[in-house]
Design a protein around this ligand. Structure first.
Ligand code: 3PG
Length: 396
């Protein structure tokens, strides 16, 4: 695909789709990672003399203008980061936005208000995409987090702008979540957590073709243990996925992939801050979760085993926490994994969503080789799906 590296943008209007869908609390940005992640592309285009127009969605305002979902705090933060004035157009289409776009000088940047203030955005409406495209001569997509959506601003707009290129962020996301995993340095270890087997089944199947070993944690581990016949007490279990869990275990065996379930589980009787916990014995040696108790983290023996696996690996991808890390007493396993990855000299990739939140929380984000900015998008990429926002770009 065409890359931002191969564009002459001098004095041209460039429309760039970014993912500025950042978490807000009381109108304040609580994590500006996604804004920072777009800065290399923004600076590159401005230095090249582009008249830069940025568009993004924010939250899910249901096709109506709603100040709760305004990009105003984001435009302000971007201005601070760039050290230059960043104006916000009150709407992403319409006469006012068009006039502001026309007035732009090379090296200036304008942010358009939330594209999802219009229902036509998610409907990928062609007329809306055409208005959004405006007079832009070049489109750059750097919104990795939204690349799995075929919306007007990610896909539709490419039909109305002669050239569409990927930005630096999408380029590196594709490198780490796709290209590097095609031919990984081995052993290649996958760490999977999260609550549901059903959310991760496609990722597990896709990575089973490439990985040497898996470590499984989170509530989905309960489903595997129950499928094997162990008692899981009051743990979260997907009872309709027990056969699926057994199939996954059988496939792993058939392919010679090491598929490690937690050897023991940290359990509690009260799901809350400050709760006391215990660790089950080892599965197969009497370890089980009694009624009235639920699994909330991997146990101490599991932690040791997982650390040893991480230390051996040369490529590691981690998606999904292995316990309820939001509660301190339930965070031991997730923290141990983050720390072991931070210490490792392997290529360490954190595949988006809650595991990224965990790594940030433990302050270990700068110790990882790559951290994805995508939630759903990173999962779909790992599943081997084509992302519509990437597929629509021009050929190199
Ligand atoms: C995300 O946060 O995953 C992206 O910004 C996409 O948001 P969406 O799930 O509302 O489409």
């Amino acid at each position: 695909k065409l890359s931002i590296r191969n564009l002459d943008v001098s004095s041209k209007e460039v429309l760039m789709r970014v993912d500025f869908n950042v978490p807000l609390k009381d109108g304040e940005i609580t994590d500006d990672t996604r804004i920072q992640a777009a800065v290399p592309s923004i600076k590159h285009l401005l230095a090249g003399g582009a008249k830069l127009v940025l568009c993004s969605h924010m939250g899910r305002p249901d096709g109506k203008a709603d100040p709760k979902y305004s990009l105003a705090p984001t435009a302000k933060r971007l201005g601070e980061i760039l050290g230059q004035n960043v104006e916000l157009a009150p709407d992403c289409v319409g006469t006012e936005a068009a006039e502001l776009r026309k007035k732009l000088q090379p090296g200036q940047v304008l942010v358009l208000e939330n594209t999802r203030y219009h229902a036509e955005e998610e409907a990928n409406d062609a007329d809306f995409a055409k208005s959004l495209a405006g007079e832009a001569e070049i489109f750059v997509n750097d919104a990795f987090g939204t690349a799995h959506r075929a919306h007007a601003s990610t896909e539709g707009v490419t039909k109305f702008i002669p050239r569409a290129a990927m930005g630096f962020l999408i380029e590196s996301e594709l490198e780490y979540l796709d290209a590097k995993l095609e031919n990984p340095e081995r052993p290649f270890l996958v760490i999977m957590g999260g609550s549901k087997v059903s959310d991760k089944i496609q990722v597990i199947s896709a990575l089973m073709e490439k990985a040497d070993s898996f470590l499984i944690g989170g509530a989905m581990a309960n489903t595997f243990r129950k499928a094997q016949g162990y008692k899981t007490g009051d743990s979260r279990v997907e009872n309709d996925k027990l056969d699926l869990a057994l199939e996954i275990l059988a496939t792993a065996k058939e392919k010679g992939v090491d598929f490690l379930l937690p050897a023991d589980t940290r359990i509690t009787q009260e799901f809350k801050d400050g709760a006391t916990t215990q660790v089950t014995g080892i599965y197969g040696q009497g370890g089980e979760t009694p009624d009235g108790w639920e699994g909330i983290d991997i146990g101490d023996v599991s932690i040791q085993q997982f650390e040893a696996e991480i230390a051996k690996a040369k490529t590691i991808i981690w998606n999904g926490p292995v316990g309820v890390f939001e509660i301190e007493n339930f965070a031991h396993g997730t923290k141990a994994i983050a720390e072991a990855m931070a210490k490792s000299d392997a290529v360490t990739i954190v595949g988006g969503g809650d595991s990224v939140t965990a790594v940030n929380k433990f302050g270990l984000d700068d110790k990882m080789t790559f951290i994805s900015t995508g939630g759903g998008a990173s999962l779909e990429l790992l599943e081997g799906k084509t992302l519509p926002g990437v597929a629509a770009l021009s050929e190199a």
